[in-house]
Ligand binder design. Sequence first.
Ligand code: NAD
Length: 505
Amino acid sequence: MSHPEPSTTPTDRSGWQAMADKLTFESRAYVNGDYQWAVSGETFSCTSPVDGRELTRIASCDQADADLAVTAARKAFESGVWSQVAPAKRNAVLVRFAELIEAHGDELALLETLDMGKPIAHARRVDVPATARAIRWTAEGIDKVYGELAATPHDQIGMISREPIGVVAAIVPWNFPMIMAAWKIAPALATGNSVILKPSEKSPLTAIRLAVLAKEAGIPAGVFNVLPGYGHTVGKALALHMDVDCLVFTGSTNVAKQLMIYAGQSNMKRVWLEAGGKSPNIVFADAPDLKKAAAESASAIAFNQGEVCTAGSRLLVEESIRAEFIGLIREALKTWHPGHPLDPATTCGAIVDQAQLDRIIEYIGIGQSEGATLVEGGKRVMEDTGGLFVQPTVFAGVNNRMRIASEEIFGPVLSVIGFTTAEEAINIANDSIYGLAAAVWTSNINTAYKVAKALRAGSVWINHYDGGDMTAPFGGFKQSGNGRDKSLHAFDKYTEIKSTWLMLD
Ligand code: NAD
């Protein structure tokens, strides 16, 4: 791997392109402190959705690699080299890890953009800082968490403590590859576990690169491992492994359900799932600023090409302003035209791969055949670049029971649904198998609070879309998952509670 000079961040497309041309890619798994090819010698293609170019071929791990990584992780855990060091020491190492991520920010952002197509400006300004912050914030929390003493008679002491769970496997998706990984590995490592990270086969490059930064920061061999490969091979092997204690996952609801089955079929490992969404964004006629609501609603479906678990894909608009608001959304979407991902002015990049592009185009066809009205977008564009681009798309006249309103598309396709009363809006919003996020726009504090309370979702935003921080937990109700990432609540997933009872003489 060639490392770009830690100099200035490129300011235009040719600067980023020049940097991309100089990159070579680490393509191997990282096990027990070293990079190595898959035991089978198999590789798979890592192709950029930016221009269709093969970037490299990646080690395709399977059961044999999972066995090696789990053995190394278990040995490291049992040795105490990380699990038993003082939390303050783990804090210091992880803060150093965050600093190294920041120091290599340009390179990591570029890897993310080339690998999965997001605009370089977002990779650099959102993904890199959010990854570093997730690791630093979580690390800094770990030596400020205390145990409890039970209420006991005077001759007894009941101590309630948390202990690391052991070997954690983290399986993550491709839409925010580094951030989703950081939300898992930060609390898992901070609490003293050994970790095996399996990135998506669609976006393995940054995870592989992070491994050596973790080593440089001082994370001991075996404590952090990275296994690139397919879900049905190495992902399944980890999920069924008898010596993995905890499986944490972000991805689709269908795979999440399968992982629960694998846990039941194997060793009843703890399973924590962050899955899909079809989030309602409810705009009342008395929203404080309709233009702002439209701008954020456009961003809610177009940011990251709509490949966001919390995408505001169902826009519920009060009937009296529906036509006006659709006009405002269409206007706002003009700032979200697809462009070349390496151009810092681009806001909407490439779709991750051909299968995902086909899925989005198929759903646009389904919307039309279901009788919804296509009012904006709907087409693949920039095909001559060899890249995978689609216009942000808006359907009006959508019924919540249509497939475009009930199924997660995971692309920039918006369904606009009208309502007349708050009760109707709540019913439509909650009429979903998902419950990840929701938003409500109104100037009326009573409406805002009552609707927010009635919404069955893990995050609710009032008069904005997609708020949050490391300080607040993130996760879903219903089939959007269980458990929570971020905040101190995340530590619960990576620790076992122990009660130690002492009888005094
Ligand atoms: P996916 O479920 O297809 O894949 C996610 C990961 O699971 C990948 O690493 C994949 O290789 C692996 N996998 C697939 N089959 C497996 C199997 N049988 N055993 C073990 N591992 C397997 O999801 P995706 O397409 O990568 O990501 C998109 C999905 O992720 C969307 O549904 C989106 O809503 C969801 N997501 C959720 C959140 C959240 O926090 N709730 C955040 C981001 C993305």
